[in-house]
Design a protein around this ligand. Structure first.
Ligand code: SF4
Length: 234
């Protein structure tokens, strides 16, 4: 696995950019994110909702739901039930009601009930810790599986959401046309010490600094190294 700093390509040198040093990037990201709200899964982890099961359920709830909604919905659910046995015992209507505010509460309630029962019946009450087994649960895709492995199990897994995909491509660190290709490129290049942390940093950074529309490049702490691929230079 190559380590940075990455040599400067001619166009970057011409634009007066520094070599892209991933370690320095993470130092600057940590400082920038210290003042920003945490990403939902990491906020919940730091509040003590850190078991693989809680992280799996919370990640599933967070799909297409704002962090500002996911966090209070998870607080409400986990105050009522926070283990496979406790959630499997809930009536579907009550679980739908507990999920109100999140997107698609009915299918998410059915998926959470089904996976809780499967965990009890086929996995001895323990969440499995492989991508293959996690994605076998209905409603669990690669992103939810990666978050569960990374935050719930503390296993090296890269969760590439819209923010990680957009920002690492803008940096010029990888060139991936889809989140899946970006994930594969990052797996071959990003030092493993940052696999879990990249999602923790780039979700808040992507919401507040390197935003989808009109990224705040002039005020960005990474401007001196970022190649700003696809972004008009400020
Ligand atoms: S310089 Fe601009 S494009 Fe690059 S990371 Fe910062 S905000 Fe994003």
């Amino acid at each position: 696995m190559p380590d940075d700093p990455t040599p400067l390509p001619p166009d970057a040198a011409a634009a007066g950019k520094e070599a892209f040093d991933i370690h320095e990037v993470f130092r600057r990201l940590r400082a920038a994110c210290a003042r920003l709200p945490k990403a939902a899964m990491f906020q919940l982890r730091d509040e003590g909702y850190d078991t693989p099961y809680e992280q799996l359920v919370a990640s599933l709830i967070s799909a297409r739901t704002l962090d500002e909604t996911t966090i209070p919905v998870c607080h409400r659910l986990f105050a009522r039930a926070r283990t496979p046995a406790a959630i499997a015992a809930l009536d579907e209507g009550e679980l739908i009601s507990l999920l109100r505010g999140a997107t698609f509460p009915e299918p998410k309630a059915r998926d959470i009930l089904a996976l809780s029962r499967t965990i009890l019946e086929r996995h001895g009450g323990t969440v499995p810790d492989t991508t293959e087994e996690l994605t076998a649960f209905r409603g669990v895709g690669p992103k939810v599986a990666a978050l569960t492995l990374a935050v719930g199990f503390n296993k090296p897994a890269i969760c590439v959401d819209v923010h990680v995909h957009r920002i690492t491509n803008r940096w010029g660190y990888v060139s991936g046309s889809t989140p899946e290709r970006t994930m594969a490129a990052l797996a071959g290049k990003l030092p493993q010490e940052y696999w879990i942390e990249i999602n923790e940093r780039l979700v808040p950074f992507g919401k507040h600094v390197c935003t989808g529309l009109r990224p705040k490049c002039p005020a960005c702490p990474l401007l001196s190294m970022c190649r700003q691929v696809g972004v008009g230079r400020a």
